[in-house]
Design a protein around this ligand. Structure first.
Ligand SMILES: Nc1ncnc2c1ncn2[C@@H]1O[C@H](COP(=O)(O)OP(=O)(O)OP(=O)(O)O)[C@@H](O)[C@H]1O
Ligand SMILES: O=P(O)(O)O[C@H]1[C@H](OP(=O)(O)O)[C@@H](OP(=O)(O)O)[C@@H](O)[C@@H](O)[C@@H]1OP(=O)(O)O
Ligand SMILES: [Mg+2]
Ligand SMILES: [Mg+2]
Length: 357
């Protein structure tokens, strides 16, 4: 049989909500036309009894699931697991999640820089209530985020804390992160293998010094950039903002961070949130990285994902470790030739990186 006529089976193991948003009829039919059959994996039955699959996509948690994947690979050495559970687990802790940003190498320039906000991990209430014990000086306002980012509703419950009083309600283990004014706009960068797409979303409003003095202890919120337009429009602040006018970050910067993260994390399917620090010109901060995000919200996601499956299954992409995959395609937005990464080794003392745009 000619290679182009070969069919491939891609098993997906996803939570019900993720399955209903991601597995749309339009994706299934486009993939089918390209020879890729998307098949549901039943998480309640042993993986070893299902398939055979050429590739397994997954976003499930727990040791049992990891063991099932290991066993499946042992029995089916040619299967592609996208992505490796070890690589994904780095994103389940908000400290290890952002540490990777300081591990990526980019070319230095004075035009733009990127990094992460100052943050500390707080394991006990006594430390929480004693800022002198934080080990890093943070000024209010700060954002309190659950340390664990495991996709549960609880892991998305955030608090914007305006003063010492607001700390009292918090329950460690948490990460306290400096709240950086960013003009109320967040950039979400979706990565699918080599493909990168940056979109704008509304974010939390800036907190001015005057406003800070007048605010009560804290404000709780959850998944603000996922709110529907109606939910946001209830707030007069959001009515004042015009998302369309917000300037996008430099494409080269976004692409370089995306490639750097992909290679450093050995992950193909993720997105990251970036804000522009309004205190400094072209300073960008990565504040969150999510495994297998809501791709259906990405314009033309069916084609992007289908191309990715096809490339992976036809071995057009080279593995991180022989089994998982990567490829360099197209212009990276930095004026480099196709196939070249705009990286060179860079060592800096702080977690700030500079990049040519
Ligand atoms: N350091 C920060 N400075 C300013 N705003 C921030 C900061 N960290 C988070 N935010 C705001 O809070 C929102 C939620 O934070 P974050 O993205 O870390 O949470 P999450 O629950 O992991 O989100 P997601 O739904 O993308 O997984 C961001 O989208 C942004 O609007
Ligand atoms: O639900 P959606 O499709 O919106 O996707 C969201 C996804 O939820 P889901 O995995 O339950 O689908 C979230 O995953 P968990 O952290 O909760 O694991 C997280 O990745 C968000 O960033 C995604 O929103 P986006 O970043 O794309 O705006
Ligand atoms: Mg986020
Ligand atoms: Mg997140």
């Amino acid at each position: 049989m000619a290679d182009s006529a070969r069919r491939f089976g891609v098993g997906y193991a996803l939570a019900p909500k993720k399955q209903s948003s991601f597995i749309q009829a339009s994706l299934v039919s486009l993939s089918r036309e390209r020879g890729v059959d998307l098949v549901r994996i039943d998480p309640d039955r042993p993986l070893a009894d299902q398939g055979p699959f050429d590739c397994v996509l997954h976003k499930l948690y727990g040791d049992d699931w990891k063991q099932q994947l290991d066993d499946y690979v042992a029995q089916n050495p040619n299967v592609l697991i996208i992505d490796s559970p070890e690589a994904i687990s780095r994103l389940h802790n908000r400290i290890s999640m952002l540490q990777v940003v300081s591990e990526i190498n980019v070319e230095e320039s004075d035009t733009a820089s990127f990094g992460i906000p100052r943050q500390v991990v707080i394991n006990e209430t006594a430390t929480l209530l004693d800022p002198a014990a934080w080990g890093e000086s943070l000024e209010f306002p700060v954002i309190a985020k659950p340390l664990v980012a495991d996709g549960s509703a609880k892991s998305h419950k955030m608090s914007l804390v305006f003063n010492h009083d607001g700390l009292k309600k918090l329950k460690p283990p948490i990460v306290l992160q400096e709240f950086v004014n960013h003009g109320g706009v967040i950039f979400k960068v979706y990565v699918v293998g080599e493909y990168v797409k940056c979109v704008k979303r509304k974010s939390l409003p800036d907190v001015t010094k005057e406003k800070l003095r007048s605010l009560e202890g804290s404000l709780s919120f959850s998944q603000v950039s996922n709110l529907t337009s109606n939910e946001r429009n209830d707030d007069k602040y959001y009515k004042m903002m015009n998302l369309e006018d917000a300037e996008m970050p430099p494409e080269c910067l976004v692409n370089s961070i995306a490639s750097g993260l992909r290679l450093a994390m050995k992950l193909h399917l993720f997105n990251f949130d970036v804000i522009r620090d309004t205190r400094v010109g072209n300073r960008y901060l990565v504040i969150d990285i999510n495994y297998f995000p809501g791709y259906a919200k990405m314009p033309g996601y069916e084609r992007v994902l289908t191309d990715f499956f096809w490339d992976v299954l036809n071995k057009k992409q080279i593995g991180f470790d022989g089994r998982c995959v990567r490829k360099l395609v197209g212009n990276n937005g930095c004026g480099e030739d196709e196939g070249e990464l705009p990286f060179s080794p860079l060592k800096r003392e702080d977690n700030e990186k500079k990049i040519q745009v």
